[in-house]
Design a protein around this ligand. Sequence first.
Ligand SMILES: [Zn+2]
Length: 320
Amino acid sequence: MFEVDNKGIRISGSEFYIDAKKKAPLSFVSHSHSDHVRRHEQMIATPATISMIKQRHRKVNAIPLDYHQKYQIDDFTIELVPSGHMLGSAQIFVERDGLKLIYTGDFKPGKNQTADPLEVRQADILIMESTFGAPQFVFPKEWEIIERLTKFIDKCFQSGIVPVVMGYAMGKSQEALKILGDLDYQISIHASIAQVVAIYEQNGIEFKNYQIYHGEDLRERILLIPPHLARSHSVAKIWQTKKLILTGWAVQPEAKYRYHADEALALSDHADFNQLIEFVHQVQPEKVFITHGYDSFVYYLRKEGFKAELLDETPQLSLF
Ligand SMILES: [Zn+2]
């Protein structure tokens, strides 16, 4: 069904790649995070993903495919289904002669404010990410995270301190903006976040109570920035701030130091360890291949009775 060569995962007997790591003739792109985007001759992705990629790369030759729209390539059919990771993110479902394959890309089960919810399909072959595929990565419930987030913000306001919330400019910060704006907080956002917000708005997601940060007075306002700006001049010159990072890595006690933050909360756009295991039980695959994450996740899956392997990306290896 699939092989792995120096460009990545390819459907056997075709030139069609799945999240190819190098320039490919034709590749599915699961979502617009930069670790998944290459300059392919032609790509297949959801319209929202394509519009986000076009913002960064001028020349994009893309075939837009809506969720659940079937598309024939050679002797197999593909279909994109939501992965719950961010706006436009998709899993790909490939079917050939009754054999079914699912590639998840990055995925997150449960409720999202700004992404279509993860859809689970049964398949014979499952290729999945395992970013948080180790037992220490169990996230608190989202309502608990939001409660801690609002406590942090309210405490800052009471002390006359500016709360600086940090999330990646694409995906995480839009989720945070949606949550905070709907709670009627006033938010100033960095321009890089605003660019992506505009695309989300074009796709029907509504945000409230925000403006682009231009150095205005931040009294009773939240400043939302990407994490790489934690120690930038524009943040340093604000009189008194406290910083909070939103990331799944927050379950590691040292995470806040790594991000130069005062607090870290595990608002993640990935599945945690338990959700990864639960997902595999729902897909009921004959075989699981692990990519993007903790190698040891393979052993946890074997303990659950699954045939699991690390997707060894050595050239020309036929895997199934
Ligand atoms: Zn991602």
